[in-house]
Design a protein around this ligand. Structure first.
Ligand SMILES: Cc1cc2nc3c(=O)[nH]c(=O)nc-3n(C[C@H](O)[C@H](O)[C@H](O)COP(=O)(O)OP(=O)(O)OC[C@H]3O[C@@H](n4cnc5c(N)ncnc54)[C@H](O)[C@@H]3O)c2cc1C
Length: 395
């Protein structure tokens, strides 16, 4: 077992630090944009210019071929300085589906454009009625001559108002038909890349919070025509494509949470070393302040290990069931870690923890979100109990 990280991936840590320095002078401006839920193009442009959108893309399509482990470490390093962008993660998810399942034509067209930062991609899975039960989605794609016609509605779609494309999960065989024919419920899903400027798409912002600087949207599709070559993988077999995007999403969400836990920890430590209330010792000298922070550090290291292992497993194509278990476990543990880290950091800062300028109270929302999305902690426990422990399905 070798825990060392290769020199190419080591280099991206330096790149992430360069981005931090480049954005240093714009901190207040970025913070104001985030508060107003406006997309921070400056961060996107920095990520693109540094070539980070090509992390998982093979070199023949213009990327650097670092794999998901590379993207994971980049995401963590940026998050350590509270630099993040949900569309960065979601675009990588779409890239991974195209790399593993897309046609050669789609790879050439889509991958290089994403590496150049020309395509930001949202992810469209959730529907109001279906909720956590993705198999029950109703958005339907019907095949015509050379194209598909899409009708339906997605909710909670992060960044649909600023993205260029959406990786959309549809049914090509309705759920009722699948049930009637006694087919497995995972049959009949298909995945498409849809240009968000297509005729028939309406995007409405929702009044949600949770991902800094990003809006969630309702995206309605009314007779939207999508070229047949924009399907990723085989018609009706989209569930296998989807796992190639959802596992990276959970792993990268985990990496981001590990990085942000470090951001919270550093804020707390810096404050604890300076703040003096009783006598001459800083509050950081008290065990009541030290121990919870030390506890976060220990849990952070173990969570980081599972996040890296999950990314390694994905890159090395270990059996999908195992990748899914590791990816879900990463998100589960990282959500709990981040939540504790932000809570302890706020506690350490006392009243100052609630000042918006200290950022922590805003990060509390992001930490809380991770327990619910992209997949709720309850659903992760359900999947683990059923598929890993072999216990009866409970619902
Ligand atoms: C800020 C934000 C951003 C999002 N971004 C996106 C996005 O970009 N793209 C996208 O497709 N979706 C997105 N989502 C949707 C998100 O993935 C869903 O909200 C999440 O998966 C839960 O689905 P739901 O809200 O329908 O909850 P429901 O399915 O209605 O569940 C409600 C509660 O019941 C629990 N529950 C449900 N079934 C079971 C069961 N069998 N056993 C135990 N507990 C159960 C759930 O865990 C949850 O706590 C986003 C959501 C938010 C809030």
């Amino acid at each position: 077992m070798d825990f060392s990280i290769g020199p190419e991936i080591q280099m991206v840590k330096e790149t992430a630090d360069k981005i931090r320095k480049n954005l240093e002078g714009k901190r207040n401006y970025i913070f104001e944009k985030i508060k107003k839920r406006e997309f921070v193009y400056e961060i996107w442009d920095e990520l693109t210019a540094a070539g980070l959108l090509g992390a998982i893309v093979p070199t023949q399509y213009g990327g650097s071929g670092l794999g998901l482990l590379g993207a994971t470490i980049i995401t963590e390093e940026l998050a350590k300085n509270a630099i993040g962008n949900a569309l960065f993660i979601l675009t990588i998810c779409a890239q991974s589906c195209v790399i593993r399942n897309g046609s050669e034509e789609l790879k050439r067209r889509f991958l290089s454009a994403t590496v150049e930062g020309k395509i930001k991609c949202a992810l469209g899975v959730t529907e109001a009625e279906a909720g956590s039960n993705t198999f029950r989605i109703k958005t339907i794609a019907s095949k015509k001559n050379g194209y598909y016609v899409i009708n339906g509605e997605k909710v909670w779609i992060t960044g649909a108002d600023v993205a260029d494309y959406i990786m959309l999960i549809t049914r090509t065989t309705p759920y009722q038909e699948v049930e009637k024919k006694g087919l497995p419920k995972m049959f009949g899903l298909s995945v498409f890349l849809v240009d968000l400027k297509s005729k028939g798409i309406t995007i409405t912002k929702m009044n949600t919070r949770g991902i800094e600087g990003m809006n969630q949207c309702v995206v309605n599709f009314e007779n939207v025509e999508v070229p047949a070559e924009n399907i990723i993988g085989q018609e009706d077999q989209g569930v296998w494509v989807l796992f190639n995007g959802l596992n990276p999403e959970r792993i990268l969400a985990g990496a981001s949470a590990v990085g942000l836990s470090e951001y919270c920890l550093r804020k707390a430590i810096d404050y604890a070393k300076e703040r003096v209330v009783f006598g001459t010792k800083p509050i950081g000298a008290y065990q009541a302040i030290q121990h919870p922070l030390a506890d976060i550090k220990i849990r952070q290291e173990s969570t980081r290990l599972i996040v890296y292992k999950a990314a390694w497993a994905y890159d090395n194509e270990v059996p999908p069931q195992e990748v899914m278990f590791l990816a879900n476990s990463s998100k589960y543990l990282a959500a709990e870690l981040f939540m504790s880290a932000v809570d302890r950091a706020i506690q350490t800062l006392g009243g100052a923890g609630f000042l918006e300028d200290n950022h922590l109270i805003l990060l509390m929302e992001s930490a809380r979100l991770l327990k619910t999305a992209p997949l709720s902690n309850e659903m992760i426990l359900n999947l683990t109990a059923e598929h890993i422990l072999g216990l009866p399905r409970s619902y």
